[in-house]
Design a protein around this ligand. Structure first.
Ligand SMILES: Nc1ncnc2c1ncn2[C@@H]1O[C@H](COP(=O)(O)OP(=O)(O)O)[C@@H](O)[C@H]1O
Ligand SMILES: [Mg+2]
Length: 262
């Protein structure tokens, strides 16, 4: 691989447009966005319903490739990549977290988390070992054999985050991950995203909750398919940014993280 002085931005958008509909119904859900995102940023995206936030995440996550303008991922124009290569990047380098958790109800927790590994051709035993390890890291070890319906919303979302991370992606895209959770569960999810951020991952999260933007290093507001404001800030340290007292699990987790330096 060629060496370069500094790595390219993780994401670079140049005059990005996304058009929906034809004729009279034609409109731009994304209407000219220029955006550069460096590795390790934690971006919160806000804006009114319909302003294009989900569309933007779908484009960034290579779920929607019919775009106009340029999208460079790690310096490579995605237009130059084959479908196969894009699918590989999507499954190995990008982790998605959705508002509605999207767990498969007929699979137990460990099988849900192990699912993305199937596409890697890993043996069942290896998949389960890996899923089990990440569930233990998330303090969900004793829930491995629960069905999703036996979990609280907060637990479901933590399982969904574990599933998004099982392939060790470097970019995490989260679309209103706390939209269905109460404030306490929301802050636990945010602590987890914050942890991932501190480990060097790039996180792009859509949220409606201005309180949660305190975890982010940059806040972008969108309006009518465009970037309206773009503000860099110092994120609060994970612990101090929690308004409510931490639950015991989170406290233990943070204490354990300090000891555990791997
Ligand atoms: N599949 C689609 N077909 C047609 N229009 C769409 C589609 N998806 C989104 N839109 C439109 O694009 C705009 C942006 O939608 P969306 O990205 O979902 O907004 P947000 O996530 O900010 O609420 C809206 O006007 C929406 O109706
Ligand atoms: Mg949306």
């Amino acid at each position: 691989m060629a060496k370069s002085a500094s790595p390219p931005p993780v994401i670079e958008l140049r005059d990005l447009h996304k058009r929906f509909g034809i004729g009279d119904a034609e409109h731009f859900a994304i209407d000219g966005i220029d955006l550069t995102i460096q590795k390790g940023e934690f971006i919160a995206i806000m804006g009114p319903s319909g302003c294009g936030k989900t569309t933007l995440l779908n484009v960034l996550g290579l779920l929607d490739n019919s775009i106009e303008g340029e999208y460079l991922l790690n310096g490579k124009p995605i237009a130059s990549l084959s479908q196969r290569r894009k699918a590989k990047i999507r499954s190995e380098e990008i982790g998605f977290v959705f508002q509605s958790f999207n767990l498969i109800s007929r699979l137990n927790v460990i099988d849900n988390v192990a699912l993305p590994l199937i596409y890697k051709g890993m043996s069942k035993l290896k998949r389960e070992k890996k899923a089990s390890k990440i569930l233990h890291d998330f303090h969900l070890g004793e829930r491995e054999f629960y069905m999703p319906s036996q979990l609280s919303g907060g637990q479901m979302q933590r399982v969904a985050i574990a599933r998004a991370l099982v392939n060790e992606p470097s970019i995490i895209l989260a679309d209103e991950p706390t939209g269905n959770l109460d404030s306490h569960a929301s802050h636990i999810i945010m602590e987890e995203l914050s942890d991932l951020h501190q480990k060097g991952n790039t996180i792009i999260m859509v949220t409606h909750n201005p309180n949660l933007t305190t975890y982010a290093s940059r806040v972008i507001t969108m309006l009518d398919g465009k970037v309206d404001t773009d503000t860099f800030r110092l994120p609060l340290p994970a612990r101090e940014s929690t308004k409510k007292p931490l639950g015991n699990t989170t406290k233990k987790k943070l204490a354990r993280k300090k000891k555990d330096t791997k």
